[in-house]
Design a protein around this ligand. Structure first.
Ligand code: HEM
Length: 204
């Protein structure tokens, strides 16, 4: 049962607003800031997954180059982590625009589940990478500058955090594939304007 607009009911809360629906013709776009953060973080995360998988497969005999690639991965990862925190903070105070009223309920729920899981994974990834690196025997270098945290050298914690970092990267990759599948469905099958509202040209 829905409440009339302007009554101050629960249906106007920021979390519940996500579940509201709009007609396709009146679909509200995301803001420029949300669109920029979405694409910067999305592409950078994909690049970091590629860099991570490539670098751990470099032969140990690759010498300083291998260590340089690890340091590059850590440096970009920490920068990206800060951007991700900014993105999550932005999203917490800027609810997503409503989904089309034509979308089946199960797709709305699947969409929310995937989005929140993606947010969780992109937060867990840099946090476990950073904490795992702190627990390694080496101090962390940020683009050549040694961070003042030292190296905690806790092998058991390092091992655990590496496993979580790897498992979370795999989960993230699967979620990205599901996300891209859903985007293609909206763009090519449903043609409901959901993709276009996260594309450039939307206004604040
Ligand atoms: C969104 C950001 C990040 C993504 C998507 C990412 C992704 C990955 C991937 C796919 C791997 C290879 C698979 C594996 O985990 O073994 C990896 C490895 C690694 N990453 Fe990241 N990473 C991120 C952030 C970071 C950060 C911030 C650090 C450290 C400051 C870091 C440190 C490492 C290290 C040391 C490894 C080698 C495996 C290990 O010892 O855990 N990563 N990363």
């Amino acid at each position: 049962m829905s409440s009339p607009a302007g009554t101050g009911s629960l249906s106007e809360g920021p979390l519940v607003r996500d579940f509201d629906r709009s007609e396709p013709a009146t679909l509200q776009p995301y803001t420029r800031t949300a669109i920029a953060l979405h694409w910067i973080v999305g592409l950078a995360v994909l690049g970091m997954i590629g860099l991570g998988v490539w670098m751990i497969n470099l032969p140990k005999g690759a010498g300083p180059f291998r260590a340089e690639m690890y340091n590059l991965h850590k440096s970009i990862g920490m920068t990206l982590g800060l951007i991700i925190f900014a993105r999550v903070a932005w999203r917490l105070v800027h609810p997503a625009p409503p989904l089309p009223a034509t979308m089946p309920r199960w797709q709305v729920l699947a969409s929310h589940f995937t989005h929140y899981a993606l947010y969780a994974c992109i937060v867990i990834q840099p946090v476990t990478g950073f904490l795992g690196s702190l627990c390694s025997p080496y101090p962390i270098k940020y683009f050549g500058y040694t961070l003042p945290f030292g190296s905690w050298d806790v092998p058991a914690a390092k091992e655990f955090l590496s496993v979580v970092h790897l498992a979370n990267a795999s989960t993230l990759a699967v979620l990205v594939l599901v996300h891209i599948g859903a985007v293609l469905h909206h763009l090519l099958v449903a043609r409901d304007g959901v993709f276009q509202r996260m594309w450039f040209g939307a206004r604040d």
